[in-house]
Design a protein. Sequence first.
Length: 115
Amino acid sequence: MGADMIIGICARHVDQHVAEARLKTLSNAVIGAAYNYGDEIDDDDQADYLAQAIEDLSWVYGDTRETTLLRIEGKDYVISGGMSWGDYPTDACRPLDVISELGVTELTFPTEVTA
């Protein structure tokens, strides 16, 4: 088995406080499914996925050498990546994937929060 190139990317189209407010509109089960590769969480799963997602926003809005900002047609995206041998190449890749999957950093969101 050889190495693969893995890239995590997440839009950064809204301010962090908007993304956090949007996260708070989602159920723990919805957020948990994003952390479990789309699978529903078990009924006895007591993990606080909301708290984890709020913490993971720091990968999107923070300043770290594991990520870089990419501007495409006037819109910002945060990316991270590298070579992988079956794992994530950086600590930022998985959080970027999860936050991107939830869609809270996109321009549109089903339940719009502007405050």
